[in-house]
Design a binder for this molecule. Sequence first.
Ligand SMILES: NC(=O)c1ccc[n+]([C@@H]2O[C@H](COP(=O)([O-])OP(=O)(O)OC[C@H]3O[C@@H](n4cnc5c(N)ncnc54)[C@H](OP(=O)(O)O)[C@@H]3O)[C@@H](O)[C@H]2O)c1
Length: 86
Amino acid sequence: MLTAPTIAEIADNHARTIPKIVLRWLVQQDAVVALSRTTNPDRIAENLAVFDFELGDDEMAAIQTLARPNSRIVNPIGLAPVWDAS
Ligand SMILES: NC(=O)c1ccc[n+]([C@@H]2O[C@H](COP(=O)([O-])OP(=O)(O)OC[C@H]3O[C@@H](n4cnc5c(N)ncnc54)[C@H](OP(=O)(O)O)[C@@H]3O)[C@@H](O)[C@H]2O)c1
């Protein structure tokens, strides 16, 4: 996600960093919880400051198009649901 041109363009439009756009995309969805983790103190502040701007419906949809079936990193057999059934 950090190198996707779609997200870089949205980040430019909002004058925000790419990680902020990714986190904002997560927290702006219903029933989605973002768990951010960093060892860098500066990034803690960056990652929390995602509640002072909004992505437009077109931007939310553009990021959603980057999803690919079976691209999940965490997908334990026997524990994960069938993520991409729809
Ligand atoms: N993955 C799981 O299955 C799982 C399950 C249960 C709970 N959790 C919890 O969920 C949290 C996140 O886990 P995770 O597996 O998603 O973490 P992760 O991938 O291991 O770590 C997040 C990565 O994102 C980087 N990062 C964070 N903020 C950034 C920023 N603003 N710009 C660029 N890079 C940034 C961090 O690098 P730096 O440290 O260098 O900033 C780190 O490499 C943790 O507290 C974990 O305990 C995870």
